[in-house]
Each structure stands twice: as structure tokens, then as C-alpha cells.
Write a protein that binds this ligand. Structure first.
Ligand SMILES: NC(=O)c1ccc[n+]([C@@H]2O[C@H](COP(=O)([O-])OP(=O)(O)OC[C@H]3O[C@@H](n4cnc5c(N)ncnc54)[C@H](OP(=O)(O)O)[C@@H]3O)[C@@H](O)[C@H]2O)c1
Length: 283
């Protein structure tokens, strides 16, 4: 792979993509940010290109001259393969050898939806990695539904019961992604990426209470009530249903696990939630 070619970073303005760009830039690599609203032009430093999963005419220009691709699927699309597979075939046809896909710990290769994209990447590209991160610590910051609920009502509402999740810092996911894109030897594997410990949402609320000095609690509701809340909040019903089902899976212990992937790939331990909260902007 030529070191002078930029990496195309889809979702490059988002939670992991922006951090992947930062890691690549810090290690001397060029990036091209794929976004629906570019504000700088191709060929310049920190270049951006107009890219929309739903607009295939934007795909070939985004891929032109790139050395590898970080893939963030179209957010909330129940059938991401429909737009991603033609793009992946085009990328391979353009000679791109290495891609790194952002998946999810909740989605396995045998699943439908994004699982189909995992399988296609493995089949199409000689150099690949699928990242399967646990839930992001950043879900408790910014405009995320949990962050708003904490700010407005001092509570986190889920259908997870006492189930535990090994929340992970998006920066640790990005560090793994950058290594998967640039290591001399391709990873050619799926990385299950977690933080250092599995925590219940009540544990999360207790840490937030301690750090912010504001009482914050976890309230667990049923899966159907959760789905209705998310649809009322503006999510399309299939996506709300999927997220509520994921909560129910957490309640049964599906995410109660840790992996050593961050340390194995980057050489340093993943950040704990307490460390994250200590430096996060929770306003
Ligand atoms: N949050 C979690 O706990 C968690 C856990 C595991 C996995 N994940 C995975 O992380 C991904 C989403 O993360 P996030 O919610 O933090 O989102 P995000 O990465 O912050 O934001 C979405 C990004 O996607 C881009 N985008 C949105 N619609 C697009 C379209 N039609 N075409 C091209 N680009 C588009 C946006 O770019 P522009 O607006 O600039 O165009 C933005 O950069 C999902 O695939 C999810 O499965 C999340």
C-alpha cells in the first residue's frame, strides 16, 4: 500500500471516524473525510469529499486514489448491505486492498443485516478487519439520548435490567482501527473490542453521580416500553425495535464480557469508565 495515498474515512465527522482521522494524522498518514457536507476540497490537507451512502454517484469520486478505507455503515439503516455492497465491489474493482469495518459486539458474522457486510468484506478483500466494539462511553456525552436524559431528568432509562456491558472509549476503538489500517501485516480478523470491565447501568449512574455531584439513577423498563420511547424520540420503528432488543440481550448477559483486543493491538490498556468520565465534557 502506497504511504502517499490517503485513507478514505467514512463517517469521518462522527464519533469513531473523527478519532480514526486523528490517529492516522498523528502517525503521519493522509486522510480523506467522507461527509455529506464537505467544507474543504480534494487535494488539500485534511481533504474532504462529498459522500452519501444513499447517493451512488458520490461513491467513485470518494474512492479515487485512496489507499484503504475505514467503513462506518449508514447509521440506523436496517439493510446496510444494500448500499454498502455495491460500494465495496467498486472499491475492490478500483484496486483497494485494505478495508476496516466498524461493526458491533451485538452483531455476529452469522447474523443478517450488517453480518452480511462482515462476510462480504472477508470474501472480497485480501486485507481486512471487522471491529466489533461494545457500547461507547461517549453515549453519555453530547447529544446522545442517555446524555440528554441525564441532563434533563437525572436518569438513564434502558431495558437492560442488571445486565452488564463492557463500555469502551471510542478513542480506543479508533486506535485499533488505525492500527488495522496501517500495520504492515493485515489483521484479517474480527476484533471484539471492549473496555476493561463490564458495568451495569446502575454502576454507570453511580460513577456519574460521584463525578458530577448530581444524583443520577438508572431506571429499567420493559423492552416494548423502551421501543416506544425511542420511536417517540424520533427513531424509525425498525431501528428502535433493534436497539430495544439489544437492551433485552444485555439484560440476559449477552454483553457481560471483556476482551484484550485494545491492549493486544495497541500495546496499552483500554480506558476505564471512571477515567473517561473524569476528563469528559458532561455539560
Ligand atoms: N453507540 C454505540 O454504543 C455503538 C456501539 C457499537 C457500535 N456502534 C456503531 O457505531 C456506528 C454509529 O456510531 P454513532 O452513532 O456514534 O454515529 P457517528 O459515527 O457519530 O455519526 C454518523 C456518521 O455517519 C455519517 N453519515 C450519516 N448518514 C450518512 C449517509 N447517509 N451517508 C454517509 N455518511 C453518513 C455522518 O457524516 P456526515 O453527517 O458528515 O455526512 C457521521 O460522520 C453505527 O454503525 C453503530 O452500529 C455504536
Amino acid at each position: 500500500m502506497s504511504p502517499v495515498k490517503p485513507f478514505l474515512v467514512t463517517g469521518g465527522t462522527g464519533t469513531t471516524g473523527s478519532r480514526v482521522r486523528a490517529h492516522l494524522t498523528a502517525t503521519g498518514h493522509r486522510t480523506r473525510t467522507a461527509t455529506r457536507t464537505p467544507t474543504s476540497t480534494p487535494g488539500t490537507d485534511g481533504e474532504m469529499v462529498r459522500f452519501d451512502w444513499t447517493d451512488p454517484t458520490t461513491h467513485a469520486p470518494a474512492l479515487d486514489g485512496v489507499g484503504g478505507v475505514y467503513l462506518v455503515p449508514p447509521v440506523g439503516d436496517p439493510d446496510p448491505a444494500a448500499s454498502m455492497l455495491p460500494f465495496l465491489h467498486r472499491a475492490r474493482g478500483a484496486g483497494i486492498e485494505r478495508v476496516v469495518l466498524l461493526g458491533s459486539s451485538a452483531i455476529a458474522e452469522t447474523d443478517g443485516g450488517l453480518g452480511e457486510v462482515y462476510r462480504s468484506i472477508r470474501a472480497l478483500f485480501p486485507q481486512w478487519a471487522v471491529l466489533r466494539p461494545s457500547w461507547f462511553m461517549q453515549n453519555f456525552t453530547g447529544g446522545h439520548v442517555h446524555a440528554r436524559s441525564i441532563r434533563e431528568r437525572g436518569e438513564i432509562v434502558t431495558a437492560t435490567g442488571d445486565g452488564r456491558v463492557a463500555f469502551v472509549d471510542a478513542d480506543d476503538i479508533a486506535a485499533v482501527a488505525a492500527r488495522a489500517l496501517t500495520d504492515e501485516h493485515p489483521h484479517n480478523t474480527a476484533h471484539l473490542i471492549t473496555g476493561p470491565e463490564a458495568l451495569s447501568y446502575a454502576d454507570i449512574a453511580a460513577t456519574l453521580t460521584r463525578v458530577t455531584g448530581r444524583p443520577i439513577r438508572h431506571r429499567s423498563i420493559s423492552r416494548t416500553t423502551m421501543r416506544d420511547r425511542l420511536t417517540t424520540d424520533g427513531l424509525p420503528e425498525p431501528f428502535a425495535d433493534l436497539l430495544a432488543a439489544m437492551d433485552e440481550a444485555i439484560a440476559t448477559g449477552a454483553e457481560d464480557r471483556t476482551s484484550g483486543a485494545v491492549e493486544r493491538v495497541t500495546g496499552r490498556a483500554p480506558r476505564s469508565f471512571a477515567e473517561f468520565v473524569g476528563s469528559a465534557d458532561l455539560a
